[in-house]
Design a protein around this ligand. Sequence first.
Ligand code: 5GP
Ligand code: ZN
Length: 112
Amino acid sequence: MDCVFCKIISGEIPSNKVYEDSDILAFRDISPVAPTHILVIPKRHIASAAEITHSDGELIGKIFAKIADIARAEGVGNGFRVVSNCGETAGQTVFHLHFHIIGGRELSRSLG
Ligand code: 5GP
Ligand code: ZN
């Protein structure tokens, strides 16, 4: 499949990994918008948040628990943002579900 993040998971495209297990990969965004900017993705290809179903509940819970762990480990545990752009109109450019962890600077209150 022609998916950049699947290629990162397979190792075909190198990445700066922060965490990996059998279900999840976290790596640093290639174009960070803040001192901490990490992407957390499921290894299974899910196109976007719009494709999540109830049967993905355990996986999504695991991802969010890991997001909290990573934020603490990065030293931004007391203030960070989790973002998932869903669909082109919302700014999604890579169509493999990912959660941005953004922190390490003052973040604007605006969400759009
Ligand atoms: P989106 O715009 O879909 O919400 O987020 C995609 C993110 O993936 C962007 O922040 C972009 O910088 C990042 N990205 C795209 N290609 C690569 C890559 O090859 N490696 C890494 N580490 N990040 C990437
Ligand atoms: Zn993919």
